[in-house]
Design a protein around this ligand. Structure first.
Ligand code: MG
Length: 363
């Protein structure tokens, strides 16, 4: 497949879709084995998802055999990767491990094992959205409203079935947008450039923003789409950038378009923006729960020309692959650190600590 780099990257030659070193010196933590273990801990969540994926493989015995094949191959591959010699000039990183897990799932016959839970969570979140938008619209101070919107992005981002801690909370019934928002880490956040963001927000609105979204359900519907709507209200045109191909519980472009249409049915801001073409949903070309901004669909990259704001959301896209990426325009990385390895690599901060990195465009 032909790919292009995002034209908003400052320097494609030096860009790497990787924030953390998975092969640190022996006395540095997280160690390579600990990073690999953060993937191993997700195995039981994936096993239960594929074992329940009747749509992919209707026959129960065949499905269980395919699920066992996935678990065995993933476990064996992770074990083999524990030896640094396995890198052979191509260093281990988060993106490679995500790609490995997705490839093994697809090869075992499960291209979209989170499909049912994504649909259920999207429908549930949509019922909560009108009241949330009314609450946000009631915050009259623009800076306080911006902080409430950013906190909503963090609270939504806890719906992440690719991270072992939050997958367990979801299956225990303990994930709830409003209670999560009420219990968020207090400022200063683990990475906290909110004041710089608010200062920029007080200036002229951006002309055109691209927002890379992450998970289905509360993440996109109650977190990112209210932020998108605020941008639209300011007069900014928005490109919503979602995966082309299903990966874990990430929302795909095909799933996101009808969500936006459903919101337009009751919200005049979304309705006008969709009708005027100021709000568009685009497929990035990616099939991963993280994102390599050097390997995107050429059409998508063309559409991003001229954007003066890029927003990357979620632990995978905003933290693990692009936290240190440098852009030609204003850039905002938002996400929650849901693995203790990520917290440690960020220099501390609690589990479920919040990351708000704002980098203004170079002058
Ligand atoms: Mg995700």
């Amino acid at each position: 497949m032909r790919t292009s780099p995002l034209p908003l990257l400052s320097n494609v030659a030096t860009y790497q879709a990787n924030t953390f070193n998975y092969a640190p010196a022996p006395d540095v933590r997280p160690t390579r084995a600990e990073w690999i273990d953060s993937f191993r801990r997700t195995t039981s969540e994936f096993r239960s998802r594929v074992e329940a994926d009747v749509a992919a493989i209707p026959d129960a015995a065949q499905r269980c055999a395919a699920a066992a094949e996935f678990v065995d191959r993933f476990t064996a591959e992770l074990e083999a990767l524990e030896a640094p010699a396995s890198d052979a000039g191509d260093p281990l990183c988060c993106l490679k491990l995500c790609a490995l897990r997705d490839r093994l799932l697809r090869e075992a016959g499960f291209p979209d094992c989170f499909k049912a839970v994504k649909a259920a969570e999207n429908a549930k979140a949509l019922t909560l959205l009108p009241a949330l938008l009314a609450e946000l619209d009631g915050v009259s101070d623009p800076q306080q409203r911006l902080q409430a919107l950013i906190e909503g992005v963090f609270a939504g981002n806890i719906f992440d079935l690719g991270a072992a801690n939050t997958a367990k909370m979801f299956s225990d019934g303990g994930l709830d947008f409003h209670s999560t928002r009420a219990k968020l880490q207090a400022r200063p956040w683990t990475v906290d450039n909110f004041d710089a963001l608010a200062a920029r927000w007080a200036g002229p609105p951006h002309a055109r923003a691209v927002m890379f979204v992450d998970n289905s359900g509360s993440d996109v519907v109650l977190g990112m789409l209210p932020l998108c709507r605020e941008l639209l209200k300011r007069g900014t045109a928005v490109l919503l950038a979602a995966n082309s191909v299903p990966s874990i519980n990430d929302v795909t472009a095909a799933e996101l378009a009808p969500i936006c249409a459903a919101i337009a049915a009751f919200d005049p801001v979304f309705a006008a923006a969709l009708a005027e073409g100021r709000l568009r949903v685009l497929a990035t070309g990616s099939d991963l729960p993280v994102i390599d901004l050097a390997q995107l669909s050429p059409y998508f990259c063309e559409q991003c020309e001229g954007c003066d704001l890029v927003i990357l959301e979620g632990m995978g896209r905003g933290i693990e692959t692009n936290l240190t990426a440098v852009f030609k325009c204003d850039a905002l990385c938002l996400g929650m650190a849901k693995h203790w390895e990520v917290c440690l690599a960020l220099g501390g901060g609690p589990l479920f600590g919040c990351v708000c990195r704002f980098q203004p465009a170079p002058q």
